[in-house]
Design a protein around this ligand. Structure first.
Ligand code: ADP
Ligand code: MG
Length: 268
């Protein structure tokens, strides 16, 4: 569907239109002709995965959507409106997502701090999310290593983002630094969250197997200049269990995505 045909009054549509990015006053562009349309499916949300070589602009795209950076040219719209301070979205990074001098509870409640919600209500809501991400009993610990493990720190960041805005979750290689067992647990937690909130999740990863397991739609960035060159729909059941990774359809999608990434890397 082209951008013009989409009814942008519906909820959770993220659009990047004709984005260009220059850091040298227009002498060169590292992003050119970049378009992206991520539309929620009713009662389901959307789990979009962004992939591409290092330096292809994955983090930049998330920063645009989070409202942390404006492109040189082009439009970034959420539900048809330009991103601004009002509809800013928070982000979960690979590391350093939490404030180490604050407790888990205060870190999570921070998501509501600037929204005029009373402290009692902030803490109540934060506790619900702390339980949901499996951190009950840790709420008064400082959000720092080694009081909390890497996986627990990412749970804090996810809970804070969900409280700030459960509609959209932006995640920049969030599980890259975790050991394999924790990583698999976090993948399953994220699937649960998606099912529960029907959020729009935009997830950056280098790991093709993770992308195919989690994603509903994959978007692959070409670099220099960057734009989205390929889109692959992951036609697997929505309620995925880890056993899907033994399914021949999963394996064939993993190969398809690998081929696509190599093709895009070779584009001039
Ligand atoms: P990725 O996350 O895919 O690795 P990034 O979005 O971090 O890529 O960066 C995309 C490109 O933009 C990179 O080539 C990077 O060097 C360049 N870039 C990012 N920020 C700046 C900046 N402030 N000045 C100049 N170049 C930048
Ligand atoms: Mg990056």
């Amino acid at each position: 569907m082209s951008i013009e045909q989409v009814d942008t009054s519906r909820h959770n549509i993220i659009e990047l239109r004709n984005i260009e990015q220059s850091y040298d006053g227009g002498k060169s562009y590292i992003i050119k002709g970049l378009d992206l349309l991520i539309e929620d499916k009713p009662e389901q949300g959307q789990f979009a995965v962004i992939m591409g070589m290092s330096g292809s602009g994955k983090s930049t795209v998330l920063r645009y959507i989070a409202g942390l950076q404006k492109p040189t040219n082009g439009e970034v719209l959420i539900n048809g409106k330009p991103v601004d301070a009002e509809n800013r979205v928070s982000m979960v990074f690979q590391q350093y997502s939490s404030l180490p001098w604050m407790t888990v509870l205060d870190n999570v409640a921070l998501g509501l701090r600037f929204k005029g919600v009373s402290q009692v209500e902030r803490n109540e809501k934060a506790m619900e999310l702390i339980e949901m991400v499996g951190l009950e009993g840790h709420e008064y610990k400082y959000a720092q290593y080694p009081s909390l493990s890497g996986g627990q720190l990412q749970r804090v960041a996810i809970a804070r983002s969900l409280l700030a805005n459960p509609n959209i979750l932006l995640m920049d290689e969030p599980f890259g630094a975790l050991d394999i067992r924790t990583r698999l647990q976090m993948q399953e937690l994220l699937c649960d969250i998606w099912r529960k909130f029907h959020s729009t999740i935009i997830f950056v990863t280098h790991d093709v197997r993770e992308a195919v397991f989690l994603g509903d739609d994959l978007y692959i960035l070409k670099s220099a200049p960057s734009y989205f060159a390929e889109h692959i729909h992951i036609d697997l059941p929505l309620n995925r269990q880890r056993s899907i990774k033994r399914d021949p359809r999963y394996e064939s999608l993993v190969r398809e995505v690998e081929d696509s990434m190599l093709r895009v890397a070779d584009l001039k």
